[in-house]
Design a protein. Structure first.
Lengths: 103, 674
């Protein structure tokens, strides 16, 4: 019990969460859901960092998590602003509708 | 200042410095600057200024030429050959060609003739071209022409001479096709350029061979080498004396190198001076403005060939065969041109064929070694032929550019000044009045002595010359006007045109004083002056000289009389003759079908060839490659463009796929390195 969860399992969880995030980006059409998937990917990375920090008894990993969270927050702010602007033009959150850059 | 004197048979060629003779550059600078000025901003200037600059430039050039003459006269005759290197040009291990000028009696004589006649023609042009919209371009080109002509004349070596040679060829082309929107003018310009190019080919080959033999193109150096039989190292390596080098037999029919060089140079002269068979461009060149015909195609450019032969006489003297060729070509052309002149009905073309014929005389003189006589006839011809052309221009101006003499007649009453000056020039041409009479005599005397067969041709030509000249004069200025309406509008030309004509008439008569035959005082100003350049002049026994001159004069008088009778007393007789010998008339009137022959043999096949090459190669290969490059690029971009779908999710896929690949790559590398 004092040893906690084995490192490998946490890493596998992190990997699975990350993969789910990737699949979400690739397969979902709703922009908000894509955003949530991005957040999922970021959190998966956070989990991996914390796991390694625990395993090597090094607080550096946890410091990085702070940075990542800040970054994620900023990104969400900007990203949602863009989505709102897009919605105002397109009238939809369907990402397939945004095809103006088709060349 | 550095002076190196070398003895050439008692005459010393001086190599002087430009700082001492800087004023020779003025002769060239004034027309050059005039051309530059009028060519660039002349468009926006009023016509008075443009004309003033152009005429003034030539006038100043003439004065500079006079200063050259005075400078030359201040030297003793043996030292009157001055070679000046203005600026280095091509300096290589084996060859050396610089921008150099040669000041000697021959070149100064030419400079004065060219600038003086040019000056008068420029003034005349102000009147003649007064209403032309392209006034400034005309004068820019005319000044440019004089610049190049003077370069040719003052050249110290064949390189600089060639610059002038080509330059006058270009200006001639530009001025012949001055009214280039007119198809015939454009074609005439092209024809002139291409035909003279043929001659230039021979000229260039000879120049290069000369360069390869003597490693220099300087007149004084080559003359020196030949006169002193120096040892040189031609291109084939062995050291030989100069004369031996020229006597080397070659692969071309066993002719010697010297002969080939002379023939090559002469080929250039044949083209430029419109001798047979390269004369065909000159009659067509009459499409250009009449002052251009007067200046370029009578007085100056066409005489460049004669000048070149005279300048290189020491080379031609060493090859009697080439001199024979030159003499025969000259005599034949003189006769040939005169025959066509008898049946032409276009006022300018009669004069054009007359020019061809008269230059034949000059060439003939050179062919028998009497270069001074050739130059003398060149000078007098410049005066009276320019005068005749200007009179023709005056007539055309008055009759709204009608050229056909069959529509003229009786113009003397309406244009007396033109008529009188015309007759002065015509009789000089015919060999009756002093200017032309004396020079023609001086040409024929040595021919009689050295090639009597050619002399008879010359006499016959003199007869024909007198005949067609008087014919022209009578048909234009006398008799009943054939077109009443034209006659009605005829008027005398304004003074700006008449005064140059009068001055040229005076000049024609005055030029006779340069070299007077024995029975009239035997003034020898010209030949004595030219001796340093051309050697001693021809001397005949006085009695023979008198007899021959009398014979030629009689032949000319007979021609005059015949023309007066045929066109004055019995107007229908010539028409009657043409009925009796229709084939002969047709032959001559169609200029012996030479143009048709050239067209069939050269022009048409050439055009067919170029059309075929153009279709197969230019369109088929070159265009295919260029278009092909474009086509490939377009196809490629079409393909690549398909990745730009605009789908955000596609882009996300590319992103993730790429990162997967990178990940796998580092993963596998990690495994391999373990």
């Amino acid at each position: 019990m004092t040893e906690g969860v084995p490192l490998n399992w946490v890493l596998i969880l992190s990997g699975v969460l990350f993969s789910l995030g990737v699949l979400g980006i690739l397969l979902r059409r709703n922009i908000i859901v894509i955003f949530m998937s991005i957040e999922l990917m970021l959190n998966a990375a956070n989990l991996a960092f914390v796991a390694f920090s625990r395993a090597h008894d090094n607080l550096d990993g946890q410091v990085i998590v702070f940075f990542v969270m800040t970054l994620a927050a900023a990104e969400v702010a900007v990203g949602l602003a863009i989505i709102v602007a897009l919605f105002r033009i397109k009238g939809s959150v369907d990402v397939d509708r945004a095809r103006l850059l088709k060349g | 200042m550095e002076r190196v004197t070398e003895k050439i048979l008692g005459w010393a060629a001086v190599k002087a410095d430009i700082t001492e003779w800087w004023f020779v550059l003025l002769v060239l600078a004034f027309p050059g600057l005039g051309a530059l000025f009028n060519g660039t901003i002349g468009r926006r200037l009023p016509r008075n200024i443009v004309g003033l600059i152009a005429c003034g430039a030539i006038g100043l050039s003439f004065l500079s030429g006079l200063s050259l003459l005075l400078a030359l006269l201040s030297l003793p005759p043996p030292q009157r050959i001055i070679h000046i290197t203005v600026y280095p040009w091509l300096e290589a291990a084996l060859i050396s060609i610089d921008f150099s000028l040669l000041i000697d009696p021959l070149s100064v004589t030419m400079v004065l003739t060219v600038t003086f006649v040019s000056f008068l023609i420029h003034i005349y042009s102000v009147g003649y071209m007064g209403r032309d919209p392209e006034f400034s371009r005309y004068f820019a080109l005319l000044n440019l022409f004089v610049f190049f002509m003077l370069t040719l004349v003052l050249a110290g070596n064949l390189g600089v001479m060639f610059i002038g040679w080509e330059g006058v060829g270009f200006c001639s082309f530009a001025l012949i096709s001055f009214w280039f929107t007119r198809k015939r003018a454009a074609e005439a310009g092209r024809k002139a350029f291409l035909v003279t190019r043929l001659g230039d080919f021979g000229f260039l080959v000879a120049t290069l061979a000369l360069l390869a033999t003597f490693h220099t193109l300087n007149v004084v150096d080559i003359a020196h080498a030949l006169r002193h039989d120096e040892t040189i190292t031609p291109w084939w390596g062995t050291k030989v004396t100069a004369t031996q080098a020229l006597q080397m037999p070659t692969r071309f029919f066993g002719l010697t190198l010297g002969t080939l060089l002379c023939l090559g140079l002469f080929m250039g002269a044949v083209g430029k001076s419109a001798q047979f068979p390269f004369y065909v461009w000159l009659p067509d060149a009459m499409e250009g403005p009449t002052p251009v015909s007067a200046l370029i195609h009578a007085a100056t450019m066409v005489t460049a060939g004669v000048y070149m032969v005279a300048r290189w006489h020491f080379l031609f003297d060493l090859s009697p065969l080439s001199l024979t060729v030159i003499g025969v070509v000259g005599a034949f052309t003189a006769f040939y041109g005169a025959t066509i002149g008898c049946v032409e009905n276009d006022i300018k073309r009669v004069l054009a064929y007359s020019t061809i014929s008269q230059i034949g005389y000059m060439v003939l003189a050179c062919g028998v070694g009497a270069y001074g006589s050739g130059i003398y006839h060149l000078i007098t011809h410049a005066f009276f032929k320019a005068l005749l052309f200007l009179c023709a221009g005056s007539v055309m101006h008055a009759l709204h550019d009608v050229l056909d003499i069959r529509k003229m007649g009786g113009l003397m009453k309406r244009m007396p000044m033109t008529g009188i000056t015309f007759w002065i020039g015509a009789l000089a041409l015919a060999g009756i009045l002093p200017g032309g009479l004396f020079s023609k005599d001086m040409v024929l005397q040595p021919v009689a002595e050295r090639a009597w067969a050619l002399w008879w041709i010359g006499v016959l030509t003199a007869f024909l010359t007198a005949f067609y000249t008087v014919r022209l004069g009578l048909k234009v200025f006398h008799g009943q006007p054939r077109d009443r309406k034209l006659f009605g509008v005829a008027h005398e030309s304004p003074p700006v045109m008449v005064i140059p004509m009068v001055l040229l008439a005076v000049g024609t008569l005055a030029s006779g004083s340069l070299w007077v035959p024995i029975f009239l005082g035997h003034g020898k100003m010209l030949p004595e002056f030219l001796t340093p350049s051309l050697g001693a002049p021809f001397e005949a026994s006085p009695r023979l000289e008198g007899i021959r001159a009398g014979f030629v004069f009689a032949a000319a008088s007979l021609g005059v009389a015949l023309a007066l009778w045929a066109y004055g007393r019995r107007p229908g007789i010539m028409a009657g003759l043409t009925q009796h010998f229709p084939w002969l008339y047709r032959l001559v009137a169609r200029k012996y079908f030479v143009d048709e022959l050239y067209d069939a043999l050269i022009v048409r096949p050439g055009r067919r060839l170029s059309e075929r090459v153009s279709a197969h190669f230019d369109v088929g290969v070159i265009d295919a490659i260029v278009n092909g490059v474009g086509w490939v690029t377009a196809r490629f971009s079409e393909t690549v463009r398909r990745t730009q779908t605009g789908f955000v999710r596609n882009y996300a896929l590319y992103l993730i796929a790429a990162s997967v690949v990178l990940l796998l790559y580092s993963f596998i590398r990690g495994i391999i390195e373990r």
